[in-house]
Design a protein around this ligand. Structure first.
Ligand SMILES: Cc1cc2nc3c(=O)[nH]c(=O)nc-3n(C[C@H](O)[C@H](O)[C@H](O)COP(=O)(O)O)c2cc1C
Length: 307
């Protein structure tokens, strides 16, 4: 009997739907004992979000400051597993605070050590650099990172920016005015994520994970968008400056923090709607000269190895 654990946190339920589909043949297999562990915060984030709370989560998310968790003495975390699936979402180009808090906990360190791990991401579309942060922590925790699956919104970046805000601020995943597409990961992609479960089941049964990522890739586990990597990398630098600035300047001063976060929200809107299109034009102009780099990045970010 193989023991498999799925670790998750989700606000809308989207990530749990995905995780259940990705493990559906494991659930019904007589050879696998499948368990789900939900990450629980002592003080949870609101859902739906409001504007103040949404931006207030930014500095600590980006600076990867953990929050206190509960349920860390759950017996599920005390066992040894043949495979652990860590499902997480991205917040502000960084693993979400609940997931990051779990990953940095002593319980996770013990749990993940020398254990095969598949990461499963459910995000809007900008996940690449956040995932590098996760890869680093997995390495420190001595986990054996054997696979990565990413489900994201496939619509154009600016469309998904609008639809995700409406979803996050209303809590309802539906089409805006009947014109915009449904936000987040599409129903079809969530349904099709069942296709990943067979290679995972085979790998865990044979305890053979070396070629798992290539098998998952052949089923569409990752779809790299090179322009989003360019944007993500630039935004990491700017987000880092903002997060450190707000953290330093507004420590113990809630009014100042509110004001600075307000400036950040304006900056972000400006960056998305004014700077990103310029970066896109530069990207297009340099496109023919970046083919080799794009190819290398495509390979690197589709695999689990850390540079
Ligand atoms: C505060 C916040 C920030 C987010 N930032 C990003 C981001 O930088 N990149 C991205 O692809 N998705 C981002 N998202 C979308 C999430 O990754 C995720 O898709 C969405 O919150 C649904 O996840 P759920 O399963 O927790 O409901 C953000 C969501 C929230 C709430």
């Amino acid at each position: 009997m193989k023991n498999v654990l799925v670790v998750y946190y989700t606000q809308s339920g989207q990530l749990l739907d995905i995780a259940k589909n990705v493990t559906n043949t494991l659930e019904t297999s007589e050879d696998v004992n499948l368990s789900f562990y939900e990450i629980k915060l002592k003080e949870d984030f609101p859902f739906p979000w409001n504007n103040v709370d949404f931006y207030d989560a930014f500095p600590e998310t980006f600076l990867q400051v953990p929050r206190e968790l509960t349920d860390l003495d759950n017996p599920l975390l005390k066992q040894k597993y043949d495979l652990i699936i860590l499902s997480y979402q991205i917040w502000f180009l960084t693993p979400s605070i609940p997931f990051n808090s779990f990953l940095n906990s002593d319980a996770a360190k013990l749990l993940l050590k020398n254990t095969p791990v598949i990461t499963l991401i459910g995000s809007r579309n900008m996940w690449v650099m956040a995932h590098e942060k996760v890869k680093k922590i997995l390495k420190v925790n001595k986990a054996d990172h054997v696979g990565n699956i990413v489900l994201a919104d496939r619509h154009p970046n600016h469309i998904s920016v609008i639809t995700i805000y409406v979803w996050m601020y209303s809590g309802i995943k539906k089409r805006l005015w009947g014109i915009f597409p449904k936000p987040g990961v599409s129903d079809k992609d969530i349904e099709d994520s069942k296709n990943f479960s067979m290679p995972i089941l085979e790998a865990v049964k044979k305890n053979k994970f070396e070629d798992l990522q290539d098998k998952l890739l052949s089923k569409g586990a990752i779809n790299i968008k090179p322009f989003l990597i360019v944007t993500d990398k630039r935004a990491q630098i700017l987000f880092g400056k903002w997060a450190n600035f707000i953290d330093k300047k507004a420590k113990n001063n809630p009014d100042k923090r509110k004001r600075l976060l307000n400036y950040f929200s304006f900056y972000l809107t400006f960056a998305i709607w004014a700077i990103a299109p310029i970066v896109f034009i530069v990207y297009l102009l340099t496109y023919p000269f970046t083919m080799k780099k794009r190819k290398e990045e495509n390979y690197y970010y589709s695999h689990t190895k850390l540079k």
